[in-house]
Design a protein around this ligand. Structure first.
Ligand SMILES: Nc1ncnc2c1ncn2[C@@H]1O[C@H](COP(=O)(O)OP(=O)(O)OP(=O)(O)O)[C@@H](O)[C@H]1O
Ligand SMILES: [Mg+2]
Length: 377
């Protein structure tokens, strides 16, 4: 009999130690449908990249948009927070004792994303330590790869008759997870040995990471950060601004069943198409969001210049667009204005209907109404 292109998992209840190493056979992804969709995804991503490098203040994008990514990704794991709670937590940098629970956990996701980005800047390549750092930051723990004694498996969700039964059991045994992670990192790092389009690489790598399932928990979130970090490491974006979690959560059951489709039926094409569509749709959405934010910033700047005597209005714009909730101390900490001036200016923006004063757990904030609206759309 002819050798299959991809050896599927024979038993969902048994650790899949024969999870095939990468790369996968190229006939599995060299299809007309994938090449077409790859073109769409690449041009959407290229347009976003072009737009993002032309933005003077990149901090605006990264702060505001990555908060939304952290929120969406954490929702997949049933960690829910409201925008208000999250923005407050962020304004306090998570240090205030009133910040706990879900918003704190969401901020940790965001922190892990930056840590991953920084790790790659410092080390250049993906390695075992990279993955462990993500996990440790997401879960706030000191342990690492799951021990062989941990009986981890992916359960059927919901309340149906099969709820709680195994859908998949990841590899288990001495050194096996480490070996598979090494193979995965090599596959992503080495573009000479594995000259595959980076977006297709990302889709394959995400699947592989989820199947290795190296940690006790947080594998979904670590895998979603891995996606983002691949895009910047491969130079498709300068900064981590393409966040796929919203798309994944909106198509959660497809996401799960397409991963299972590869494992159980070798259906690589549908999985890769899903990820390429996610990239295209998200790049377009982010492109529009960036334009909306920049247009709002320009319009408000114009109003301020025309109707007030506020000094250094451009710097003030930068501050109130970096996050939705601004505090007086944000302006004084960077020595933009003296405290009384900062307060007067923020109040002036309230009178103009640009900001709205809010008191949350005894702290005073100024909400940027337009930014808040754009981010929550
Ligand atoms: N058939 C499947 N059904 C559900 N999840 C699957 C399946 N196959 C693989 N997975 C992966 O397992 C992840 C969940 O693993 P884990 O609980 O360790 O991660 P998490 O970050 O805590 O969860 P979540 O992804 O829900 O936020 C999913 O996000 C998905 O990527
Ligand atoms: Mg979990």
């Amino acid at each position: 009999m002819q050798e299959p292109l991809f050896r599927i998992n024979p038993d969902r209840n048994v650790p899949w130690n024969d999870l095939p190493d990468l790369p996968i056979h190229e006939d599995l992804y060299r299809t007309v449908a994938i090449m077409e969709q790859l073109g769409n995804a690449k041009s959407a991503l290229g347009r976003l990249h072009g737009r993002s490098v032309a933005i003077p203040n990149q901090g605006i994008l990264i702060n505001s948009i990555s908060l939304q990514e952290a929120k969406a990704s954490s929702e997949i794991e049933n960690i829910f927070t409201t925008d208000d709670e999250l923005y407050q937590a962020y304004s306090e940098k998570g240090e205030d004792e009133t910040v706990k629970g879900a918003p704190k956990e969401v901020l940790r996701y965001r922190e892990a994303l930056w840590e991953g980005h920084q790790h790659l800047k410092n080390h250049g390549d993906f390695n075992e330590e990279y993955f462990i750092r993500l996990y440790q930051t997401i879960k706030q723990t000191n342990d690492g790869i799951r021990p062989t004694s941990a009986l981890i498996y992916i359960k059927q969700g919901g309340t149906g008759p099969n709820a709680g039964t195994a859908i998949y059991t990841p590899p288990r045994g001495k050194g096996i997870v480490e070996e598979k992670l090494k193979n995965l990192a090599d596959f992503v790092n080495d573009d000479q040995l594995y000259p595959i389009d980076p977006l297709i690489k990302m889709a394959i790598a995400h699947y592989q990471f989820e199947m290795i399932h190296p940690f006790r928990d947080g594998n979904g979130r670590a895998g979603r950060i891995f996606n983002i970090n691949i895009l910047t490491q491969k130079g498709l974006l300068d900064l981590p601004i393409l966040y796929l979690s919203r798309y994944i959560i909106d198509n959660k059951s497809d996401y799960y069943s397409l991963l299972a489709g590869v494992t159980q039926r070798a259906r690589w094409e549908s999985w890769i198409l899903f990820m390429l569509k996610a990239i295209e749709a998200t790049a377009n959405l982010t492109f529009n969001k960036i334009n909306d934010i920049l247009a709002a910033e320009a319009a408000i700047l114009q109003t301020i210049e025309a109707e007030t005597k506020i000094r250094k209005p451009e710097n003030l714009m930068q501050m109130i667009f970096t996050q939705p909730l601004t505090k007086v101390s944000h302006l004084t900490d960077v020595k933009l204005y003296a405290e009384a001036t900062a307060r007067n200016y923020l109040n002036e923006l309230c009178d103009l209907g640009i900001l709205e004063k809010k008191t949350i757990s005894g702290h005073h904030y100024y909400l940027n109404l337009e930014l808040y609206r754009i981010l929550s759309e």
